[in-house]
Ligand binder design. Sequence first.
Ligand SMILES: Cc1cc2nc3c(=O)[nH]c(=O)nc-3n(C[C@H](O)[C@H](O)[C@H](O)COP(=O)(O)OP(=O)(O)OC[C@H]3O[C@@H](n4cnc5c(N)ncnc54)[C@H](O)[C@@H]3O)c2cc1C
Length: 234
Amino acid sequence: MRVDLEATRALLAETATWVDLWKAYEKAVSAEGEISAETRARHKQCAALAETLTPMVKYCSTEMGNRVCYQSMQVHGGVGYMKEFNIERLFRDVRITNIYEGTSQLQVVAAIGKLMSRSLDPLLAEWAAAEYPADMAAEKAALIELTAVYQKSVDALKAQQDRAKVDYYACDLVDQAVWLVCGWLTLRDTNVSEDKKSIARTYINGIGPKLRAAAEIVQGTNAVPLDAIGALIA
Ligand SMILES: Cc1cc2nc3c(=O)[nH]c(=O)nc-3n(C[C@H](O)[C@H](O)[C@H](O)COP(=O)(O)OP(=O)(O)OC[C@H]3O[C@@H](n4cnc5c(N)ncnc54)[C@H](O)[C@@H]3O)c2cc1C
């Protein structure tokens, strides 16, 4: 639960940074006078990243909140269900967060187009080129490998001609993007705090199997579930 929470907080802080930068560049490009090509390019990049990360973090944090409250109530056992502890209230209140202000499914719809235009590539390249503590080399290597797996999934979905399949597999692609970005961010945090190493190790080692499974689903784009819908709901 702690690792899930910290990884999501890292994504929230990163998203807020890009939204703030976008707003600052928005002011710069709408000011009077000549605007340099460099400022315009930076404005465009900040806008693309803010628009990609915002639905990702709304999706990721509200789903995480539901997951963590569920697990926390389970840890408390029967007393967690009763009113002795705050978890009973948190469990009820968190349920709406992935419904209002845009459901999780609509956050996926908002993020998928951006992800398919490879809007995360500049960030992923920057993080892969950065330096991290020597004892985090295995985690960095794992993230480089998972970045390639994710990019193959983006290419597979981009090559998909059937719109229904793109919609159907969008969630599996957004999940990969969320895990990957959170993985890099937890690794980046190890440059500033020794305490973050156990968070990063646990998170990055945990996402490998999940990300590969989601990639297999997207890259295989199995038609069976979509073909079966008519019969299943008849
Ligand atoms: C307590 C509470 C407070 C609220 N406060 C406000 C408020 O202050 N202001 C305001 O404007 N609204 C408010 N709402 C409304 C809230 O924003 C909507 O309930 C929410 O956006 C979901 O819309 P809907 O209920 O019409 O569900 P629907 O749009 O009917 O969606 C039903 C289900 O279908 C899924 N779905 C819909 N479209 C797609 C798609 N294209 N692809 C995949 N899945 C899809 C959704 O994810 C959802 O799971 C509030 C709701 C509640 C319960």
